[in-house]
Design a protein around this ligand. Structure first.
Ligand SMILES: *[C@@H]1O[C@H](CO)[C@@H](O)[C@H](O)[C@H]1NC(C)=O
Ligand SMILES: *[C@@H]1O[C@H](CO)[C@@H](O)[C@H](O)[C@H]1NC(C)=O
Ligand SMILES: *[C@@H]1O[C@H](CO)[C@@H](O)[C@H](O)[C@H]1NC(C)=O
Length: 212
């Protein structure tokens, strides 16, 4: 029965559409056409929705990436703070050349940058850090130490060989890449190899993250 209409349409097209035929439709045909139209709409909606989901996922990934970057680089809370204080718990002496000094009494280690087993600070993230060390030697002793980054000298300091206790302090600011190591070591200078501490607070190594 549709065949008749196709023929009619074909015929009308052939004669140059001079006549615009109004094809009578039965209620069933109208219902069928409506359903086809609705189906086409649903299909189009699904295509649009899929495209929207893809766009949203891309936007989400972008925002999530930015968020991770900011979380990593922002010092917005205590959890992101990096700061440590360490001291010698007992006297130490006779350091070898470039021997690391192990500050074993850790009173603060926010961000866990300071490795409590080896006395080495490892940068938990990129940023500018400040470090400070103080050494104290007893009378008639002298020591030279340095703060190093991955084994490269940052600052040096030395105490006097005096008839009394002698103390030296130095501070350095340095940009570190995550994973860079900073520690204090006895320098290569051939001084008397004594390092002493009184009540735990005279000889220290500390540092903190200034900015990422
Ligand atoms: C800090 O981090 C710890 C563990 O990573 C978490 O359990 C705690 O809820 C965090 N505190 C704040 C204030 O975000
Ligand atoms: C570590 O230092 C703290 C703070 O000065 C002190 O109270 C504590 O007794 C020290 N611990 C040791 C083992 O020296
Ligand atoms: C840290 O710095 C390194 C070297 O410049 C870089 O490759 C890395 O992407 C940086 N990390 C962050 C989180 O910025």
């Amino acid at each position: 029965m549709y065949g008749q209409y196709y023929l009619l349409v074909f015929f009308c097209l052939r004669v140059g559409a001079v006549v615009t035929p109004t094809i009578p439709q039965s209620p069933e045909q109208q219902a069928y056409a409506t359903i086809l139209k609705a189906l086409a709409d649903v299909k189009q909606s699904r295509v649009n929705l899929a495209a929207q989901v893809t766009r949203s996922r891309e936007q989400f990934d972008t925002i999530n990436g930015q968020l991770r970057y900011f979380e990593d680089s922002c010092i917005c809370g205590r959890n992101n703070t990096v700061a440590f204080n360490s001291f010698l718990s007992k006297n130490a002496a006779n350091f070898g050349i470039q021997q690391p000094i192990y500050f074993d009494n850790i009173t603060l280690n926010l961000g866990n940058g300071y490795d409590t087993r080896h006395g080495v600070f490892r940068a938990p993230r990129n940023g500018t850090y400040a470090f400070s060390t103080s050494v104290t030697t007893p009378a008639s002793n002298q020591i030279a130490v340095e703060i190093v980054k991955n084994g490269e000298q940052l600052v040096q300091l030395r105490t006097l060989n005096d008839y009394m206790w002698s103390m030296a302090t130095n501070v350095v600011n340095v940009y570190l890449i995550k994973g860079d190591d900073v520690w204090v070591r006895h320098s290569a200078i051939g001084d008397a190899n004594a390092l002493s501490v009184d009540d735990g607070l005279y000889t220290s190594f500390s540092g903190f993250l200034i900015h990422t």
